[in-house]
Structures are given as structure tokens and as C-alpha cells.
Design a protein around this ligand. Structure first.
Ligand code: SF4
Length: 401
């Protein structure tokens, strides 16, 4: 079920990490003291007080990073309390991203008491040599321990992240990772294909040929195997990278895929109000300085013209396995999406990548595998002019015959 049109979410960026992973280009802050972390929390609280909020209570709250589990439970509680006070509630789900090396049973109980309802654990791999090459701070055995502690602390919604396509990773190792994660029975898995970002240690190591890229066919085999295995194990694939047991899909992501609004605070955080996107400064000292001087931390913004919104709405909706609703698209943009991008849909349909009916447009399994090609086709697409209501209904009837 898609979130309501006026549903919105809250994202809090917590940038602290014990070290930088070799593949990471996120806005993070390494090696900060407890005092600096506290100053950051106070800055985030200050920014939150100045945010213009949509009406009503948020659908979901997400503390991402970085490593939000480096905050103390008391700091998390303070943030959640501030959100609750200004917006009337925390919605149906409060997620905290957790790295195994930063938690113990007591901290997890504290996060649960603070109001966190769901944790997302960065496992990434279950082979210690790959974790070392990633420069992760935990070992494979720590992942199962974290899940055990989290269950004991009262979390009944647990997500685990893993990466495939890592240099040197074999299909057997990937299977070992996914099987190992399923054995600890998480409610949700996010499986990300490795992206080599330019300004990372990983990119430099690959340029120097210290690490070799994984063959693309092997990466596709990893994705295919994981899909079959997880479906057989009772998980639904509901988005390109996401699998969940019934009732456990991530709510903030659902808002993102339906182009709903979200209010984001913290350094480098991106907010969106339905037509405009804006983002904060990425540097830790500058973010603190701006907030303490009473200035807006916004670093840039873009207003999306209607046609760009239509393309983005379609692309984001197609990331989900169910695709997107034609009537909802019509309600938002005043035009049937089939008409708006007819040449694109026909082409993708002829190539076996996409299908539609009277209600929805969605990617076929092959389209999900080639999602980047679908996105490229949409990014370049011209929006067809709206046709008259009569011509439109005749055309629709022809298309759906
Ligand atoms: S833990 Fe996450 S945010 Fe932190 S350095 Fe590693 S990948 Fe980046």
C-alpha cells in the first residue's frame, strides 16, 4: 500500500563513524569526541526547531548516518522527544542505523526505551577478510550477536544490510553471507550492489589494481541467486534492493519512492517538499558554526519543474516491484503516465522490461535487473503533451485492449 499523498517523514543525519569504510563517500565525521557529539546533537535540535513542518504527525522517523548508534540512548531520546513535541508524534516506525561494534545489550535496551522501534544493522559481509578490506569495525560473528541482543532488547523489526559485487567476492561467499543472515532471521534485508564512488579509498585501490572489480555477469548471478533464495525463505522482494517479511518494509523508503515529503536535519541532509529539494552543508565544523550563529545550514536547492517531477515520480515508483499507480500519478500531475511517456513504455514493453494494466505500471523481472537502463530511458524522455479527455480515453482503451 502506498503512503497517503500528504504523508511525510523525518530523517536525522548522524555523521559519526569510528573510521571510514573504504567504499564510503557519505557525509561523515570520524574521530569526534563525546563533547563534539553532544554539540552536534544540540545543533540538530536547534535546526529542528526552525524547520517548517508539513501538517500532522510524520509517518516515520529515521536516524541514519554515519553511525547513529554512536549516540547515547539519552541523546537519541532527546532527539525523538523534540520531534514528538513539535510534530505531535513519531509515526508508525522509528529506525536507528546500527553498526555492530558500537552496541552492547545495555545500549540496545536504552535505544528501545528511547522510542526506537526498528534497527538497521550494517553487516555488509560475513567473511572477516572482506570486512577487513572494507575497513569495517566489526567481525562476521558480531552480526549474529547484535541481532540476538536486539531481539532480547525488544526489537521486533530488524533489518540487515549486505553488499554484493565486492572485489574478490565469490558466488559461494555471497551465498554464505545471505544464508548466514537468513539464519539469524531478520525481518528485512537490503542487498546493495557495490558502487565504486570516485573519491574513495576503494576507487584508488582499484585504479592501482590492488583490488580487481567483480565481473558483471557474476554480480548479476549474485543478485539472481539472492532473489530466488530469499523468496523461497519467505521474504518478499518489494524494491530493487529490498526484501521483507510481511509488514516489515521500511516506511521512510516508501515515502521516498512515492515522492512524498521528508524533513531532514543534520549535516549534508537532503529535504524534499514535493516540488523543491534542498540540502545542508556537508562539513562538520561549518554545520556547527552556521547553527550556532543562528544561520540557515542550507547549502543548495533545486526546484523541480513539473516534467522533471513526472520523470522522477515514474522512475522512483518503478524501483518498487509493484510499480506505481496510474490514478495517483494522474491526481498529482493531471495526466495519465501512459500518455506522458508513451514512446518509452512501448519501447520497454517490446523489450520485455515493463508492463502495465488499467491500474499500474511496473517493471518485469528483466526490467528490475536492468533498472539503470530504464532510468536512463526515462531521464532522456520528453513528456508528451496532454491530449483531450475524449482522445485520451479512446487511446487508453486501445492501449489496454
Ligand atoms: S559505517 Fe557507513 S557511514 Fe560510516 S564509514 Fe562505513 S559506510 Fe560510511
Amino acid at each position: 500500500m502506498e503512503p497517503r499523498l500528504d504523508a511525510w517523514g523525518v530523517y536525522v543525519h548522524v555523521p559519526f563513524c569510528p573510521r571510514r569504510c573504504t567504499y564510503c563517500d557519505f557525509a561523515i565525521a570520524v574521530g569526534k569526541s563525546a563533547e563534539e557529539r553532544e554539540r552536534y546533537v544540540q545543533a540538530v535540535l536547534g535546526e529542528w526547531q526552525t524547520e517548517k513542518l508539513p501538517a500532522g504527525e510524520p509517518l516515520a522517523v529515521y536516524l541514519g548516518g554515519g553511525t547513529p548508534s554512536m549516540l547515547s540512548p539519552a541523546q537519541v531520546e532527546q532527539i525523538l522527544q523534540a520531534i514528538r513535541l513539535r510534530s505531535g508524534g513519531l509515526g508508525v516506525e522509528v529506525t536507528l542505523e546500527v553498526n555492530p561494534e558500537t552496541v552492547d545489550p545495555e545500549r540496545l535496551r536504552g535505544f528501545r526505551r528511547a522510542g526506537v522501534t526498528r534497527i538497521s544493522i550494517g553487516a555488509q559481509a560475513l567473511q572477516d577478510h572482506h570486512l577487513a578490506a572494507m575497513h569495517r569495525g566489526h567481525r562476521a560473528a558480531d552480526v549474529a550477536l547484535t541481532v540476538t541482543w536486539a531481539r532480547a532488547a525488544g526489537f521486533d523489526s530488524i533489518s540487515v544490510d549486505a553488499i554484493y559485487g565486492w572485489p574478490g567476492q565469490t558466488l559461494g561467499e555471497w551465498q554464505e553471507t545471505v544464508r548466514g543472515i537468513v539464519a539469524i532471521n531478520p525481518d528485512h534485508l537490503s542487498l546493495y550492489q557495490l558502487q565504486v564512488e570516485p573519491a574513495t579509498a576503494l576507487s584508488r585501490m582499484m585504479k592501482a589494481q590492488i583490488l580487481q572489480p567483480v565481473d558483471l555477469d557474476l554480480t548479476a548471478d549474485m543478485a539472481d541467486w539472492a532473489e530466488s533464495y530469499l523468496i523461497a525463505e519467505g521474504y518478499d522482494r518489494y524494491e530493487i534492493s529490498s526484501y521483507a517479511r510481511p509488514g516489515h518494509s521500511g516506511q521512510l523508503n516508501r515515502l521516498y519512492w512515492t515522492m512524498n515529503a521528508y524533513v531532514a536535519v543534520g549535516m549534508g541532509a537532503h529535504s524534499f517538499n514535493g516540488t523543491r529539494r534542498w540540502w545542508n552543508v556537508r562539513a562538520f565544523p561549518e554545520y556547527l558554526a552556521r547553527i550556532s550563529a543562528g544561520h540557515d545550514p542550507e547549502d543548495g536547492a533545486e526546484s523541480l519543474p513539473r516534467e522533471a517531477q513526472m520523470r522522477e515520480y515514474a522512475w522512483l515508483g518503478l524501483r518498487t516491484v509493484q510499480g506505481f499507480s496510474r490514478s495517483r500519478f494522474y491526481d498529482r500531475f493531471g495526466q495519465d503516465p501512459i500518455e506522458a511517456f508513451l514512446p518509452v513504455w512501448l519501447n520497454l514493453n517490446q523489450n520485455g522490461l515493463l508492463a502495465w494494466n488499467t491500474d499500474r505500471i511496473w517493471l518485469q523481472p528483466r526490467g528490475l535487473d536492468l533498472a539503470n537502463q530504464v532510468m536512463a530511458a526515462l531521464i532522456d524522455a520528453a513528456v508528451m503533451p496532454p491530449v483531450s479527455p475524449l482522445a485520451s480515453s479512446l487511446r487508453r482503451a486501445n492501449l489496454e485492449r
